[in-house]
Design a protein around this ligand. Structure first.
Ligand SMILES: [Fe+2]
Ligand SMILES: [Fe+2]
Length: 290
């Protein structure tokens, strides 16, 4: 590339600063979270919020009537029926994933949309499972969000900087290196940092955007938010290791020894946890294809 990494980094930062040119964080998710985070949740109010978005409603009803969710005794015909049966956490995951998948709808073609989302949803589900096995957390939704959105920077690169991103992938392939390492070298920053800038602009909490920023280098994450970063890092590592690879990566990802140590987890246990979320991950096919 004829431009140096500092110049390119400045271009990327400028693009993200001008957030008005980027898609906003879906308002429906903010409204659903506000309602679902209440002490006593009003299911009618939640249904009404979902129903304000016809495309989400259609998708939700189609999805809940697939083999994974459908009741044996018939079909869900209303949002509220499905919501009562599925429960709030599952409904929240479905709505959040749907909304996230809609944010960037026209990738340049370098990113395989289906593979990308399967990787991200798998990382989100695995992160939740890992945290559930380790510590009580009040806001489980935060963990799912971090896992789901950790690679959004890849979309920014793919849509707004396709030439640079193509070059990154070409060099990674030719030199048999990790994509995020080549991003740092050629673009001055990796997709984790870009994801983080976007999530911060969207007003998501610091613990989420810190975790996302350092998801390839958790040892560099600030101490207070390191635990979530390590969770996303190891979850991404295990789902990649088991075949749901990091978008763009051709070579196996590496993992941080410190993350294994701090979380007190070993590879066998991670594989066991992953086995438990496999059926959840299988549902993602229904998500992505519906
Ligand atoms: Fe990544
Ligand atoms: Fe990833």
């Amino acid at each position: 590339m004829d431009k140096d990494s500092e110049t390119i980094k400045y271009e990327i930062l400028k693009k993200i600063q001008g957030i008005e040119n980027l898609p906003p964080f879906p308002d429906i998710i903010n409204r659903l979270n506000a309602e679902m985070n209440k002490e006593s949740i009003d299911l009618t109010a939640v249904s009404r919020i979902i129903e304000t978005d016809p495309s989400l409603t259609a998708h939700f009803l189609r999805l809940v009537n697939t083999a994974f969710y459908a009741p044996v005794d018939g079909r869900f015909t209303t949002v509220q029926q499905a919501l009562v049966r599925l429960g709030v956490p599952e409904t929240r995951k479905i709505c959040m994933t749907f909304a996230a998948m809609k944010i960037f709808e026209s990738p340049s073609g370098l990113v395989d949309h289906k593979k990308f989302w399967k990787h991200c949803i798998s990382t989100a589900l695995m992160s939740q499972s890992l945290v559930a096995s380790r510590r009580p957390v009040k806001d489980k939704n935060m963990i799912f969000t971090a896992g789901l959105l950790h690679d959004m920077g890849i979309y920014i690169l793919d849509i707004y900087f396709p030439e640079y991103y193509a070059k990154v992938r070409e060099v990674a392939e030719k030199e048999q290196r990790q994509v995020h390492e080549v991003e740092k070298e050629l673009l001055g920053m990796d997709h984790g940092e870009i994801s983080s800038l976007l999530l911060a602009k969207w007003g998501l909490p610091e613990v989420i955007y810190d975790a996302v920023e350092f998801h390839h280098e958790p040892d560099r994450c600030p101490q207070e938010t390191k635990w979530l970063c390590q969770v996303v890092h190891l979850s991404e590592f295990i789902v990649s290791d088991q075949g749901l690879s990091e978008p763009g990566d051709i070579f196996p990802t590496k993992s941080s020894e410190g993350a294994w140590y701090d979380l007190g987890v070993e590879i066998d246990e991670m594989i066991e946890l992953l086995d438990k979320v496999v059926s959840e991950i299988d549902k993602t096919e229904a998500f992505i294809n519906s």
